[in-house]
Design a protein. Sequence first.
Length: 155
Amino acid sequence: MTAVRIDHNAWVMVGDGEKALFFRNEGDATYPNLEVVNVMQHENPRTGEQGTDRPGRAFSSMGTHRSAMQETNWHRLEKHRFAKEIADVLYTAAHRGDYSQLVIAAPPMIMGDLRKAMHKEVSDKVVAEVSKDLTNMPADAIEKALTANGPEARQ
């Protein structure tokens, strides 16, 4: 991962499909000190606990051809919805002027969802993206992971 520069007062959003951590850098670019600003958690039980119906069937109007439909992955759908909620929180904070720079760290699927859902006002403030899940790490480990060297960050 290429070293990410996190300026003083820049925000860092670390999230996945079930949890989002919002940090502000109280340190400087050389010695970041990420302090939690907000935490969002989204309860997302496994698909079997969310969907109880059997998959539907499609019937062809020509003849007696029948086919089973693929079962909906409710767990994955909730992850996509949560990414939209994260994007909305980032937009509200950007619109209030809470941050001028944003670093985002999220698994690839969530990163894609965030890119699609982000308002231009937010995407203009993104200075780095890291396609990696860092949500279960403590703040000091996140600081080290973001400022380390390697091939995964885009600035």
